[in-house]
Design a protein around this ligand. Structure first.
Ligand code: G6P
Ligand code: MG
Length: 214
């Protein structure tokens, strides 16, 4: 029986996944690398540095550690500029109510995002108070697909992993949830997220009553 629900942030609660994509595409363009939305799927859920490495691999480019750090910082500055222009209304419609509904059913709720900007996004949307525990990219050593982030969230909630249900839009995130021994709702395309227990087009498409039969 599910006792806790763990939400990813970017692409599950709000469309910041798109802001990550356009910031990376802008950087790739500057480097002369063609970067598509399809290729961007590999970046979802992984760390900032790993994302940059993937882009450089796509362009067969090798750079020094120092240069990579400068580029990752540049992309982050663009991303921060994009999200600072965001309004609380940009949360996906119905997601706040879904989280409130889950809590009203006596189920704990956590956030587990690989992003080091997670707190900024939560503050901008004014939803930080909805979570019993928050784990972000500053608190982990290994990013998704490693299960560390979800195991840490479960630990903070004091709920065993098999009783946790994860919402994820990233392939790496679904893999991490499965590796943590948790159930997973994939948000997006069934082809991309085939390892999830259930896939829904949008987070709000998940019917809370199904939680009992997952
Ligand atoms: C999330 C997103 C990734 C992003 C990562 C790091 O997992 O899905 O696309 O690269 O966080 O985000 P940050 O804000 O720390 O650069
Ligand atoms: Mg995501």
């Amino acid at each position: 029986m599910i006792q806790a629900v763990i939400f990813d942030l970017d692409g599950v609660i709000v469309d910041t996944a798109h802001y990550h994509f356009i910031a990376w595409r802008r950087l790739a363009k500057e480097l002369g690398i063609h970067f598509t939305e399809q290729e961007n799927e590999q970046l979802k859920g992984v760390s900032r540095m790993r994302s940059l490495e993937i882009i450089l691999e796509l362009g067969n480019l090798r750079l020094s550690q120092e240069e990579m750090e400068r580029l990752a910082e540049k992309k982050n500055q663009w991303f921060v500029d994009y999200i600072n222009a965001m309004k609380p209304g940009e949360i996906f419609p119905g997601v706040k109510e879904l989280i409130q509904d889950i809590r009203a059913n006596g189920i704990k709720v956590a956030l587990a995002s690989s992003s080091k900007n997670a707190h900024t996004v939560l503050d901008l949307l004014n939803i930080g108070g909805l979570f019993d525990a928050i784990v972000d990219g500053t608190m982990i050593t290994h990013t998704k697909p490693d299960p560390e982030i979800f195991l840490l969230a479960a630990n903070k909630l004091n709920i065993p992993p098999p009783q946790c249900l994860v919402f994820e839009d990233a392939e790496a995130g679904v893999e991490a949830a499965v590796a943590a021994g948790m159930k997973c709702i994939g948000v997006g395309s069934p082809q991309q997220l085939s390892k999830a227990n259930v896939v829904v087009p949008k987070t709000v498409d998940f019917d809370i009553n199904r939680i009992k039969i997952i």
